[in-house]
Design a protein around this ligand. Structure first.
Ligand SMILES: Cc1cc2nc3c(=O)[nH]c(=O)nc-3n(C[C@H](O)[C@H](O)[C@H](O)COP(=O)(O)OP(=O)(O)OC[C@H]3O[C@@H](n4cnc5c(N)ncnc54)[C@H](O)[C@@H]3O)c2cc1C
Length: 449
C-alpha cells in the first residue's frame, strides 16, 4: 500500500489499527479518535484544521511499516531474540492481580524506582461505567497496579503521548504490536519521539476485539451496559486460568462470565486489520511479554519474556539483580511453538491473499515473501474471504444493538453448523465401522464353513 496523503484512505479501507499515533503527532491537532456506531475506534480528520502535511500517513502502522524496520534476512513472524525467559514479579501483590506473571508491571516499577524513566504510558479500564479503556502516564507503583490486566479491545494508546515532549521526559510505553509499530514509524519521522521514548515493552497480541464484544459478554451476565460499573476481560484472581470475565454492576453485585463466551465470540468481533497482521510476537519492542502458553503446565502467575534489543536485555538484567523479577531461561522456539506462530504465518498468508482477491489494498509491512508460508489458493481461500466479508459487514452496522443481534445469530449459526458436521462425521464413522463389522462377519462365516 502506498503512503497516501492523509490517513483518510487507511480509515476508509478498514485498516485503521486504533493506535492513535496520528492523533498525537498531527502538528495541526486535526485528528481525533472516535468510536463508530458499530463499536470500532478510528482516526477522524477535521478537514478545516488539516493542512495536508501528510505526517499522519507517514507514521500510520495501519498502512505500512517504514522500510528497513525488519531486516530482509529475518523471519518477520519471529525476528531475532537475544534471550527468552519464563518468569514473574517477585512482589506478591503485583503477581496476584497480573494478567500473566506481572512482569510488565514489575519492570516498569523498577524503571520508575531507579529513575531510568520518569513516566510510563499504561492503559486502564475505568470504574465509572464508561467501559472504554484509556491510557495515562503512571508515575508510581499505585498507578501501575491500577493498569494491570489486558484489555482485549481497541485502545488509542499513542494518542495519549504529548505533541511536544518536555525536556526531561523519558517515557516507557507498553503496547500491543500495532501500537509499537506506530511508535517506531513515528521515531523515524520525528527525533523527539526517538529521544523521549527510550523503551517500548510489547505485549504478544493475537488480536483485539471490537467494543461490541464488551456488550456481548455483559449480555451473557443478563445485564445491559448502562447497568455496569466495571468490566475486566480476564480475572485470574477470582477464577482459575485463563480467568473468567468479571463484571461489577452499579449496585455493587459481582458477576463471573465463563471464559468460554469470550472464546466463542472472538472470531465474530475480530476486525479486518487484525486478520492482516503478521506480528503476534511484538517484534519491534525492546522486551516482549506474553502468557506462558506451551511453556508451563501451570500458566497462572507466569509470564514469558523475549529480550529483543540490547537495551531490553540490560533492563531485564538490572531488574533481576535488584530483586524485582524472577527469570528462568527457556528456548525462544518453545515460546514460538506455544504461541502458535506457524498457524499465524498460515492465517496471515491466507487472509492477505483473500483481501487481495477482494480487490483491496494490503498493508505494506516489508514482510519478505520468502517467509510467507503457503497462501491457500483458489477455492481454499473461500472461508477467509467469507470471514473478511463478515468483518466488513459488521463494521457497517448502524448501532451496537444491530451488532449484538447480528453476532448472536452468527454464533448460533456456527454452532448449528459445527453440530451438523459433527453428526455427519459421526454418521460416516458409523457407516465405516458397520462395513468393517459386516466384512469381518463374512470372513468368519466363510472360515467356519
Ligand atoms: C489485545 C491483547 C492481545 C493479547 N494476545 C496475547 C496472545 O495471543 N498471547 C499471549 O501470550 N499474550 C497475549 N497478550 C498479552 C497478555 O494478555 C498479557 O498482557 C501479558 O502477558 C503481560 O502480562 P503481565 O502479567 O506481565 O502484565 P500486567 O502486570 O498485568 O500488566 C499489563 C500491562 O498491559 C497494558 N495493557 C493492557 N491492555 C492493553 C492494551 N490493549 N493496549 C496497550 N497496553 C495494554 C497495561 O497498561 C499494563 O501495563 C495480549 C494482550 C492484549 C492487550
Amino acid at each position: 500500500m502506498a503512503v497516501s496523503e492523509t490517513i483518510e484512505t487507511v480509515v476508509n479501507s478498514g485498516l485503521c489499527t486504533s493506535c492513535g499515533t496520528c492523533a498525537s503527532i498531527c502538528p495541526a491537532g486535526a485528528i481525533k479518535m472516535e468510536e463508530t456506531p458499530a463499536g470500532f475506534l478510528v482516526a477522524q480528520i477535521n478537514p478545516s484544521l488539516c493542512n495536508l502535511c501528510g505526517l499522519c500517513a507517514k507514521v500510520c502502522p495501519g498502512s505500512h511499516l517504514e522500510a528497513g524496520m525488519i531486516s530482509k534476512e529475518a523471519d518477520p513472524f519471529t525476528c531475532p531474540v537475544l534471550a527468552a525467559y519464563c518468569g514473574y514479579a517477585t512482589d506478591p501483590d503485583i503477581r496476584r492481580q497480573a494478567q500473566s506473571g506481572g512482569m510488565v508491571t514489575a519492570l516498569l516499577g523498577y524503571l520508575l524506582d531507579v529513575g531510568q524513566i520518569n513516566k510510563v504510558l499504561v492503559t486502564k479500564m475505568p470504574e465509572d461505567g464508561s467501559l472504554r479503556p484509556f491510557s495515562f502516564f503512571a508515575r508510581n507503583q499505585e498507578d501501575l497496579l491500577q493498569a494491570q490486566g489486558s484489555k482485549y479491545c481497541p485502545v488509542a494508546v499513542n494518542a495519549a503521548l504529548p505533541q511536544t515532549f518536555k525536556e526531561g521526559d523519558s517515557i516507557a510505553v507498553v503496547g500491543i504490536s500495532c501500537q509499537i509499530h506506530g511508535i517506531r514509524n513515528a521515531q523515524i519521522q520525528n527525533k523527539s519521539w526517538r529521544k523521549h521514548i527510550p523503551l517500548a515493552i510489547g505485549l504478544f497480541c493475537d488480536r483485539t476485539l471490537n467494543y461490541g464484544a464488551i456488550d456481548y459478554l455483559i449480555d451473557k451476565a443478563h445485564l445491559v451496559p448502562d447497568k455496569v460499573m466495571s468490566f475486566q476481560f480476564r480475572n485470574t484472581e477470582r477464577t482459575n486460568w485463563p480467568g473468567n470475565v468479571y463484571i461489577r454492576d452499579k449496585q455493587g453485585v459481582d458477576y463471573d462470565v465463563s471464559s468460554k463466551y469470550r472464546m466463542e465470540c472472538k472470531d465474530a468481533f475480530t476486525p479486518v486489520r487484525c486478520r492482516l497482521c503478521f506480528d503476534k510476537m511484538n517484534v519491534l519492542s525492546d522486551i516482549a511479554v506474553g502468557d506462558a502458553w506451551g511453556v508451563r503446565e501451570d500458566k497462572k502467575g507466569f509470564s514469558v519474556i523475549l529480550a529483543r534489543t540490547q537495551r531490553g536485555l540490560e533492563v531485564l538484567r538490572l531488574a533481576r539483580e535488584a530483586g524485582y523479577i524472577h527469570l528462568e531461561k527457556i528456548s525462544p522456539e518453545a515460546v514460538f511453538r506455544g504461541q502458535g506462530v506457524e498457524n499465524r504465518r498460515k492465517q496471515w498468508a491466507a487472509y492477505t491473499a483473500a483481501w487481495k482477491e477482494k480487490g483491496k489494498i494490503v498493508p505494506d509491512c516489508g514482510v519478505n515473501t520468502k517467509y510467507q508460508g503457503d497462501a491457500e489458493k483458489g477455492t481454499a481461500l473461500k472461508p477467509y474471504v467469507k470471514q473478511l466479508d463478515w468483518a466488513e459487514r459488521l463494521a457497517k452496522k448502524k448501532n451496537r444493538i444491530q451488532v449484538l443481534s447480528a453476532v448472536n445469530r452468527h454464533i448460533i449459526y456456527k454452532k448449528i453448523k459445527t453440530k451438523l458436521s459433527l453428526r455427519r462425521i459421526g454418521a460416516a464413522l458409523l457407516l465405516r465401522v458397520s462395513n468393517i463389522w459386516f466384512s469381518l462377519n463374512t470372513v468368519v462365516r466363510n472360515l467356519q464353513k
